[in-house]
Design a protein around this ligand. Structure first.
Ligand code: FAD
Length: 308
């Protein structure tokens, strides 16, 4: 219930203004976001890669309202890739993009606009020896995002995409994408979706995740198992054995600031672990989705408004 209210709040401009300007918000946001500027992000990346973890960097932004913002977001990714290149980490440092930040929702031309804006980012990533993963947003964007993925993979075959186990359609999408060279990041799903398209019960979402995982781990692609759920991590390790997959032929992914000891434990055990590192000023939507995932986070956030 609280989670659903927060997911609705994640799209409220009035709440965004209130939360973003409240002075007490910052320390709570810092738990999930690696800072507002590129130097902050690069410092976090350096710490993580030094600790044996791989990263995917997200320049925060979504749901933009005019094409100039889409171009600014594209340019921010080009600057990010140029700045990350001297770290020399190649595929250990990749980027994640939200196509709504590249213009996908801007009317009938949004699809083409997003494709045109993301293409140079894929080209710059390829030049830096790394890849781009397309985040998945609400269910209305899935067809467009997967069509853009198909287009991009013709020139940049390492481009990956996210699939969300809560959507009824996802098992079918996994079957289509479990092929040689493909990179699929499997998540449970973080948006408020109607019962007509998505499982509402957490147990059903988890069971669907396992069905999707089985398809991806048995297939020819590179599964990116993005979850903090200990049961799903254990099932992945079991499926890796059954499918004779070695670490690196699949990877675990977790979010910056969440279950950090587990990130390090898996990496020390020889698993490939990639941390999703968000940075930038437009953190409100990302932040409220993290609150919605866990009631304890809301309590932590609300406590910060109380006098010390
Ligand atoms: P849960 O059952 O939610 O959590 C399992 C355990 O993990 C919890 O008990 C808790 O210990 C810990 N945990 C989980 N979330 C939190 C939190 N916010 N704060 C503190 N502890 C927590 N969703 C999309 O819809 N589209 C995307 O493109 C997308 N990209 C993602 C990329 C990565 C790398 C990851 C890890 C997640 C992404 N997500 C995305 C979010 C995802 O859909 C889930 O909402 C999120 O991962 C929580 O689900 P879970 O699998 O960790 O399981």
């Amino acid at each position: 219930m609280l989670g659903r209210m927060l997911l609705t709040a994640s799209r409220s401009d009035r709440l965004r203004d209130f939360v973003a300007t409240a002075p007490v918000t910052r320390p709570v946001v810092d738990r999930f976001v690696a800072g507002e500027g590129l130097p902050d992000a690069l410092a976090a990346v350096r710490d993580l890669t030094d600790a044996g973890l791989d990263v995917t960097i997200d320049h925060l932004g979504e749901d933009i309202t005019d094409p100039a913002q889409a171009e600014a977001n594209r340019d921010a990714y080009l600057a990010l890739l140029a700045a990350a290149a001297p770290l020399g980490a190649g595929p250990r440092v990749e980027v994640s993009v939200k196509l709504s930040a590249f213009g996908q929702a801007l009317g009938p031309d949004g699809h083409e606009l997003a494709l045109a804006n993301v293409r140079p980012v894929c080209a710059a990533a390829a030049k830096a020896g790394t890849t781009v993963t397309l985040d998945m947003e609400d269910h209305t964007t899935v067809d467009s995002t997967l069509a853009i993925l198909d287009e991009l993979r013709k020139d940049y075959p390492g481009t990956g995409a996210v699939l969300q186990s809560y959507l009824f359609r996802t098992e079918e999408d996994c079957r289509r994408l479990a092929v040689e060279g493909s990179r699929v990041r499997l998540v449970k799903g973080a948006y408020r979706e109607p019962a007509s398209v998505a499982h509402q019960d957490r147990r059903e979402v988890d069971l669907a995740y396992v069905r999707c995982l089985k398809i991806l781990m048995a297939g020819g692609g590179h599964p990116m198992v993005a979850t903090h759920d200990p049961r799903l991590i254990a099932i992945t390790l079991d499926l890796a054995l059954r499918n004779e997959r070695v670490p690196g032929s699949y990877e675990f992914q977790m979010l910056y600031g969440i279950r950090e000891p587990e990130q390090r434990r898996l990496a020390e055990a020889g698993e490939q672990v990639r941390v999703y590192v968000p940075f930038g000023t437009d953190w409100y939507g990302y932040f409220t989705r993290r609150l919605a995932e866990r009631p304890a986070n809301v309590a932590f956030f609300l406590r910060s408004f109380l006098p010390a």
